[in-house]
Design a binder for this molecule. Sequence first.
Ligand SMILES: [Zn+2]
Length: 323
Amino acid sequence: MTPEAKKDFEDRIQTYVGREISARKRGLDDVNKVMVRQWCEVMGDNNPVYTDEEFAARSSKGGLIAPPTMLQVWGMEGYSMANEPKEDLQRELHKIFDAQGYSGVLGTNCDLEFKRDLRPGDQVYAREVIESISEQKATSRGLGYFIETRTVFTDQSGEEVGNMKFRVLKFVPDQATQDAAAGAGESEKVAAPTRIHSPRGHDNAWWWEAVDQGKVLIQRCKSCQTLRHPPRPMCGECQSMEWDSIESALQGTVFSFTQIHYPKVPGYQYPLVCAVISLNEGTRLVANVVGCDPEDVTIGMPVKGVVEQVDEATMLPQFYPAG
Ligand SMILES: [Zn+2]
C-alpha cells in the first residue's frame, strides 16, 4: 500500500470511531432462573447463590443473583447469528479491513466491569459502540490494527449494570504478511509463522519436553497405577501426589473430532482436523488427524500417532489413519 493509500484507508476507518454498532436494545430474554441454571451447569460453577433460593435468601445477597460473568449472555443475538449474521456497522468495518488484506481476526482482550448484581426478572438492555481503532501495529501475527468496542448494559430503569470492552486485532495473515512487509520496503523477510507455542508450566513442562524428544508419555499414579492425562499433580482416584509415567505406543481410535475452518491462524493448514484420540493405554489426548482427506475422518477410526516436527519450533504428536 502506498503512503497515500494507507492514509486514505486510515482516514476512512477512523470515521467509524464513536459510532453505534447497535442501539440500546432489550435482550432476547430477561434474567431468568432457567438460563442461569444451564449456564452454571455448563461452566461448572456450583455457587449456590445462583441456583439455591433458600441458600441465596440466607446469604448476604438476600436472594438469587445471576453470575456476574453472564452479563454478555443477556445481550447476545442467539444461534441465528452463526448462520445469518446481521449486517451491522462492525461487520461493515471488518469488510473494509478485509478488502485491504487485513483479513485475519483475533480476539485479544475482554474487560468486564460489573456495577450491580442482576436478579431474576431484571431486564437487560445492551448498546454497543466502536470505541477506538489503533494506529497500525506490527504484531507477532502480522501487521494490523486493534479495534475496541464497548457494550454498555443497562436495566429497566436505564441504570448501568455493567460494561464490556472487547478488543480484536485485524491483521494481514500468512503470505500476505510477507508481501505487505516487502511492499513497505523492508529488506528483511518475515519468518514463516510457527504454531502457537505449547503452554508449559510447573505441572506439564515434563510432558512437552518428552514430546520434544519424540515421545508421548502418560502420567501414572505410583500408588494405584491409574493412568491420567492431561498432566496434573494429584491422582483423581486415590489422591496420591506420587507419580511416574509410561510411554504410549500411540495407537488408538478417533473418539471425537471437529474440522476447524475459521478463523485461520497463521502457522496452521486448513481445514484442520482436531480430534480427541482414545489411546489403547486408556487415556485420551487432543491432537490433529493428518494424512487423509478431512472428510474421511470418522468417529471410531483406527489411528496411529507419530511425533513429528510440524514447523521450525514445534514437535507435536499427529495421528494418521492406521494401516
Ligand atoms: Zn492413585
